[in-house]
Design a protein around this ligand. Structure first.
Ligand SMILES: O=P(O)(O)OC[C@H]1O[C@H](OP(=O)(O)OP(=O)(O)O)[C@H](O)[C@@H]1O
Ligand SMILES: Nc1ncnc2[nH]cnc12
Length: 184
């Protein structure tokens, strides 16, 4: 990475950090909820985010898998920026079948994620895009859906990682790119 790219990355991270609103005790007591709506409302910031995520994987991916719901915002921007097809991982009951399903736990609940069986092809390289990485339960479920299709996870991209919840450790081998990494 050259100096300009590093400076731009730092500036991007600063603007995102300044834009995120932390809401205590939402959606339930004890959770410090990161509200990224103010990030999504700034077109230049969303475009820069998409560019940083795409660059992080040097364009070495065939499709972008976006996770419902906030991941759709970021994933759509990345797919558009990179000129790659967008695939949706949706919460249970939203996609017409046949679908593949995985149940999972996240920081404040449990859910089921699905993709359509013909959405990914064997051998394709897929990046999974979301807004927040907390426990990693959601990303792990999305990765499992990718592998069940015979495709491979080329990486995971998130706007922000919440430190101390084990998300990056849990994803282990999957390469995680976070614009605001742990500790920032
Ligand atoms: O790392 P984890 O502990 O799994 O948490 C991260 C997930 O939690 C949030 O999704 P949520 O299910 O709240 O959905 P939403 O985007 O529909 O609000 C967030 O958008 C991530 O998908
Ligand atoms: N603390 C949090 N804020 C926003 N989204 C989340 N997803 C999981 N944990 C979260």
């Amino acid at each position: 990475m050259n100096f300009d790219a590093l400076t731009d990355r730092r500036r991007l991270a600063e603007r995102i950090r300044d834009s995120i609103r932390t809401v205590p005790d939402f959606p339930r007591p004890g959770i410090a909820f990161l509200d990224l709506c103010p990030v999504f409302s700034q077109p230049d910031l969303l475009a820069a985010l998409a560019g940083a995520m795409s660059d992080a994987f040097s364009g070495a991916f065939d499709r972008v898998l976006a996770v419902e719901a906030r991941g759709f915002v970021v994933g759509t921007a990345v797919a558009r920026h990179a000129g790659r097809p967008l695939v949706l991982a949706r919460k249970s009951g939203k996609l017409p079948g046949p679908v593949e399903s995985v149940r999972y736990d996240l920081e404040y609940g449990s859910a089921e994620l699905q993709i359509q069986r013909d959405a990914l092809r064997p051998g394709e390289r897929v990046i999974v895009v979301d807004d927040v990485l907390a426990t990693g339960g959601t990303m792990a479920a999305a990765g499992e859906l990718v592998r069940r299709s015979g495709a491979a996870v080329a990486g995971c991209a998130v706007v922000v990682t919440i430190p101390g919840l084990g998300g990056e450790r849990r994803l282990g081998a999957e390469k995680v790119f976070s614009v605001l990494p742990t500790g920032n």
